[in-house]
Design a binder for this molecule. Structure first.
Ligand SMILES: Nc1ncnc2c1ncn2[C@@H]1O[C@H](COP(=O)(O)OP(=O)(O)OP(=O)(O)O)[C@@H](O)[C@H]1O
Ligand SMILES: [Mg+2]
Length: 264
């Protein structure tokens, strides 16, 4: 049976799709069979960031409407053969797809994968229900901003109405330079406010920005180490957290930090 993890946040644009895609790649690199489900119906972002947009023949709505079987809609990643994507579509009324439909799809592929990662849309309406309903674990993504933390806190409250057995926190877009100068909310305060176990911290990284433009996952940059640790933490339950401040420490780091301030 697969672990079914929904990646959610409440607030939009905090990095759910980015984390879902990268986690898929890094878990498959650890040797696991991973299926990514784009349940953000109407906005097909996951196939774009994975560079699979042109390979889409069938999508999740075709599966629900009976036009094809789940296996026909799943796209295998060309670089990571144990990674598959079930793409969303933007041509179908999302109201016709329910949480039960997604659960039925998951039940069919459950035994073929170790992980099923569900990319949840922003908000807490029907789309949220559809993505959370079939999951049994949740990754809550926040950025170090009060608005994101408030929205995520509401999501955590709502999750108690579902069959979610464990929750983990991912702090995305952390800036090591601002952390050191005390100009950004620190990790301890965020964890305290959210009151759920921290599974990962992902730095703000230009490589991630480039990925969303190029449509491919790159395995370099600061974020690569952070995603590796996140995948390991999720799998093994260890708690190794990436230190975003390390490159801004010491004599050289001090100059980097100040240079960044001048350039910005
Ligand atoms: N760690 C990061 N460093 C730099 N840019 C990032 C990082 N994480 C996400 N981004 C950028 O932020 C933008 C939003 O990310 P993404 O689409 O993953 O968010 P989302 O939560 O899925 O949004 P939505 O709620 O609309 O589905 C993208 O352009 C992405 O490249
Ligand atoms: Mg998204």
């Amino acid at each position: 049976m697969a672990r079914k993890i929904v990646v959610t946040s409440g607030k939009g644009g905090v990095g759910k799709t980015t984390i879902c895609a990268n986690l898929g790649v890094y878990l498959s690199r650890l040797g696991f069979r991973v299926a990514l489900l784009d349940v953000d119906i109407g906005l097909n972002n996951l196939d774009v960031i994975m560079g699979m947009e042109r390979q889409v023949v069938f999508d999740i709505t075709d599966v629900v409407s009976g036009k094809c079987r789940v296996r026909q809609a799943l796209i295998q990643d060309q670089n990571y053969p144990s990674l598959y994507l079930l793409p969303s579509s933007h041509t179908y009324s999302s109201s016709k797809i329910s949480g039960e439909h997604i659960k039925n799809i998951i039940d069919i592929i459950d035994h073929s994968f170790d992980y099923i990662l569900i990319d949840c849309p922003a908000g807490v309406e029907a789309g949220f229900h559809r993505a959370v309903f079939p999951a049994n674990e949740a990754l809550i993504v926040v950025t170090p901003h009060l608005s994101s933390i408030r929205d995520a806190d509401k999501v955590v409250g709502l999750l108690s109405q579902y069959n979610i057995e464990s929750k983990g926190l991912v702090i995305n877009r952390m800036r090591g330079d601002l952390l050191l100068s005390g100009e950004m909310m620190n990790i301890e305060s965020i964890v305290k406010a959210m009151n759920i176990p921290l599974l990962g911290v992902v730095p703000e990284d230009d490589v991630v920005t480039k990925m969303s433009c190029d449509g491919r996952i790159m395995l370099d940059g600061e974020s690569a180490r952070a995603f590796t640790l996140l995948a390991e933490n999720i799998h093994s339950g260890c708690k190794k957290i990436y230190d975003c401040t390390y490159k801004y420490r010491g004599f050289v780091g001090y100059f980097k930090r100040n240079l960044k301030k001048i350039v910005d």
